[in-house]
Design a protein around this ligand. Structure first.
Ligand SMILES: [Zn+2]
Ligand SMILES: [Zn+2]
Length: 376
């Protein structure tokens, strides 16, 4: 169902031509890919707005639409026609011309104008203990950079640079196409000079005249304590160099935290499992428990049951920003001795004979036990 054109532009049905134009420019500013790169629907929204503008800014078409709606327009021969534009930027230049939008928008998006460099993504892997303490890492990657020999102008130093013969220095070529709703002027970046408007007579040998080289970059990245697997660190302006004076792209460092065989991570908490032999769990003992700072002795109380959990406060992961340091939860796995010698077997048989109901009686009541199980 096509939406109502007045609704799309957010104007009343008696809006005059200037209001139509103003509403469309305002929408275009909001939907421009330079501002709104993160809205996946921006292109579709802009196409809707462009279609509404095309109809409402044309007196004949508007009259037809007012009288007969979308159907009337279709039977009158109007067909929205934006499918053949390669990208939303092309669509923008079709509507606003090469320089036309610049006044509205203040630079950017102009064919042949400054273009921001692309972003670079690199991944680093660190240990869990490093994720807890934080770490400085050096990342290396290839990125487009301005050529040092020609300083980006593409000419062998000391040689002249001519005005581009194809575009006469404008950096753009204009193509006029006829559509159902009249002439549409599209501009494209000049294919000879690449939008610079200037062509070096003797191209720089290091960059073959492009002004750009690929450079190996090294960047120190501070990974903050508490980082989780899969989080990204954003470092601005360390990506590919921009074109024609545009700013650099950004660097994104994806942090992978390697799995640690001793710990499971549960948010800020760590969970570990320790084995305690059944007789020691019955008698009580002290065991070594691994922590991120090395093993520490932990007391296991007499009568500790399988699956019981001890909590070592503050032995988990630090908070990434604000908050408290997590805990280390220690799950006791009571192990039953296997492969008994005949002597052990005799002792255990005598021990088994000595068992009474009182040995199986729990210290905590039924309700307390249920609560513990449900909370665990
Ligand atoms: Zn060069
Ligand atoms: Zn040119």
């Amino acid at each position: 169902m096509p939406r109502d054109y007045y609704e799309v532009l957010g104007i009343s049905r008696d809006a005059d031509e200037a209001t139509v134009k103003k509403a469309f420019r305002k929408l275009a500013r909001e939907l421009h890919p330079d501002v709104n790169a993160h809205d996946p629907d921006a292109e579709a929204k802009f196409k809707d707005a462009a279609e509404a503008y095309e109809v409402l800014s044309d007196p004949d078409r508007r009259q037809q639409y007012d009288a007969y709606g979308h159907e009337g327009l279709r039977s009158g021969g109007y067909q929205p026609n934006f499918g053949d534009f390669g990208s939303i930027s092309d669509l923008f230049s079709a509507f606003f011309g090469a320089g036309g939008f610049e006044g509205t928008f203040g630079g950017g998006g102009r064919a042949g104008g400054p273009v921001q460099g692309g972003d670079v993504a690199v991944a680093v892997e660190i240990e869990l203990a490093e994720a807890a303490s934080g770490k400085q890492v050096e990342v290396t990657y290839d990125a487009r950079a301005r050529c040092h020999t020609c300083n980006g102008n593409g000419a062998t130093p000391g040689t002249p640079i001519d005005t581009c013969p194809r575009c006469q220095g404008s950096g753009q070529l204009q193509a006029v196409s006829r559509t159902a709703f009249g002439q549409l002027v599209r501009s494209a970046v000049c294919d000879v000079c690449g939008g610079d408007g200037r062509v070096p007579r003797e191209p720089c040998v290091d960059c073959r005249g492009s002004g750009m080289i690929v450079e190996r970059k090294r960047v120190e990245v501070g990974i903050p304590p508490g980082i989780a697997d899969g989080q990204r660190i954003h470092i601005s302006a360390r990506g590919h160099a921009g074109e024609r004076g545009g700013p650099n792209g950004d660097l994104y460092v994806l942090v992978r935290v390697a799995e640690d065989s001793r710990f499971l991570r549960d948010g800020g908490d760590l969970v570990t499992v320790i084995d305690v032999a059944a007789p020691l769990a019955a008698l009580g003992t002290t065991v070594e428990v691994p922590t991120l700072d090395g093993p520490i002795p932990v007391e296991i109380k007499a009568g500790t049951q399988p699956g019981e959990m001890l909590t070592l406060g503050g032995r988990g992961m630090p908070p990434l920003r604000r908050g408290r340091t997590g805990d280390l939860r220690v799950v006791v796995n009571v192990t039953i001795p296997r492969r008994l010698t005949s002597e052990q077997r005799d002792m255990l048989e005598r021990f088994a004979d000595s068992l009474t109901d009182d040995n199986a009686r729990e210290d905590e009541g039924m309700i307390a036990k249920l609560r513990r199980v449900l909370a665990g």
